[in-house]
Design a protein around this ligand. Structure first.
Ligand SMILES: NC(=O)c1ccc[n+]([C@@H]2O[C@H](COP(=O)([O-])OP(=O)(O)OC[C@H]3O[C@@H](n4cnc5c(N)ncnc54)[C@H](O)[C@@H]3O)[C@@H](O)[C@H]2O)c1
Ligand SMILES: [Zn+2]
Ligand SMILES: [Zn+2]
Length: 368
């Protein structure tokens, strides 16, 4: 069959919407009709070259839709299931899966970073040539073929755009707060970067009962958006930000400090924003090969803990339905994260607005 898909042909090029050939699902795979896909910064890292990936690549890793066909041997899903896509599928039997870290499962790492399915081939092709799948997905597309492990069934009452965000921003941001940091009630939290990931951290911090939720961003438009979602304070990024955070935390610094931008300089600011004994959580993806100055002289003397957080230390099969039910119960304002909705043809405009700091999260919606 054929599908319209957002494709990156080379670093720095505009994203092209192409009509691709899509192979039928093979053993253990399903065909999903995409209803919505979120505009996450991680795809942009391929466009900028901060993340290196085989090209041409089908972009999109924050998607949701409906299973419309099963390949042979699929056991966990049925036609008609509403699913959110998991960009870190887990095998269930490797060291990491058995040690409470399915987000770090290494069974699929090689094919995922090669942009192929488990059999080493792509399901997308353009004029007979392979088009690689970002994160084993590539879901800025009317249709995708994915392994069944990449699907998490969700309650069909969850709107598609919300289900899409659960597939990345929400799981990454809420999970960084609840799973990675395990923020305690009454604590102070500083969050650098108020995009889909950082604002999901705001929602997570509110849910965890944090007393002070201080958002730092360079875009002034983020102030009202952050306060609306539950931040208690907004601080403009810049030289004064650390002083302002200390002033809001009895001169000490935040109990927890989160980075949701992906820049070494901001990661360093995050270390300075945390109080002695505080926890720093790095969720932004800094460019591959970059390095950050997190001095041991400070870490030891001030007993600060730095944690990486990949996909919010999630168990996607457990956490996606949890976030969906918290949303349905009115405890997690996931609709509030969605600023704008676009058609697939508008994807370059959607990314331009994300880069300009105008949106919390935009979503590409597909024809029903
Ligand atoms: N760890 C993970 O598993 C994971 C998952 C998803 C996304 N990410 C990464 O998280 C980061 C954020 O993603 P997003 O989709 O929310 O991005 P986004 O572009 O929507 O938001 C980033 C925000 O950072 C702000 N910003 C930029 N430079 C800044 C600076 N110097 N100081 C303060 N604020 C600044 C921008 O104005 C924007 O509001 C990206 O690096 C993305 O790749 C990581
Ligand atoms: Zn595994
Ligand atoms: Zn993402």
């Amino acid at each position: 069959m054929q599908t319209r898909t957002a494709v990156l042909h080379r670093v720095g090029a505009p994203i092209a919407v192409e009509t691709l050939d899509l192979a039928a699902p093979r053993t253990g795979e399903v065909l999903v009709r995409i209803h919505a896909a979120g505009v996450c910064h991680s795809d942009w890292h391929l466009v900028s070259g901060a993340t290196q990936h085989p090209l041409p690549a089908a972009l999109g890793h924050e998607g949701a839709g409906e299973v419309i066909a099963l390949g042979p041997g699929v056991t966990r899903l049925n036609v008609g299931d509403h699913v959110s896509l998991n960009w870190a599928p887990a095998c269930g039997t490797c060291f990491y899966c058995l040690h409470d870290s399915p987000n770090l499962c290494d069974a699929y790492l090689d094919p995922i970073w090669a942009g192929v399915m488990l059999d080493g081939e792509t399901r997308y092709a353009l004029r007979g040539q392979p088009v690689y799948h970002y994160c084993g997905l590539g879901c800025f597309s009317d249709y995708v073929v994915v392994p069944e492990q990449s699907c998490v069934r969700l309650d069909p009452r969850v709107p598609a755009a919300v289900a899409a965000l659960i597939g990345c921003a929400v799981t990454t941001g809420v999970g960084a707060v609840l799973n990675t940091a395990q923020v305690k009630p009454g604590s102070s939290v500083a969050i650098f970067g108020a995009g889909g990931v950082g604002m999901s951290m705001v929602l997570g911090a509110k849910l965890a009962g944090a007393a002070r939720i201080i958002v730092v961003d360079r875009a002034p438009a983020k102030a009202d958006q952050a306060l609306h979602l539950g931040a208690t304070h907004f601080v403009p990024a810049g030289d004064d930000a650390i002083g302002e955070i200390r002033a809001l935390t009895n001169g000490r610094g935040a109990d927890y400090s989160f980075e949701a931008v992906g820049l070494p300089a901001v990661q360093e600011a995050c270390l300075a924003a945390a109080r002695p004994g505080g926890v720093i959580v790095l969720a932004g993806l800094a460019p591959m090969g970059s390095s950050t100055n997190l001095p041991g002289a400070v870490l030891t003397r001030q007993e600060k803990t730095v944690k990486g957080s990949y996909y919010g230390s999630a168990h996607p099969q457990r956490d996606f339905p949890l976030y969906a039910s918290l949303y349905l119960d009115g405890l997690l304002d996931l609709e509030g994260l969605i600023t704008r909705r676009y058609r697939l043809e508008e994807i370059n405009a959607a990314y331009a607005e994300m880069l300009a700091g105008q949106v919390v999260r935009s979503v590409i919606e597909f024809e029903a």
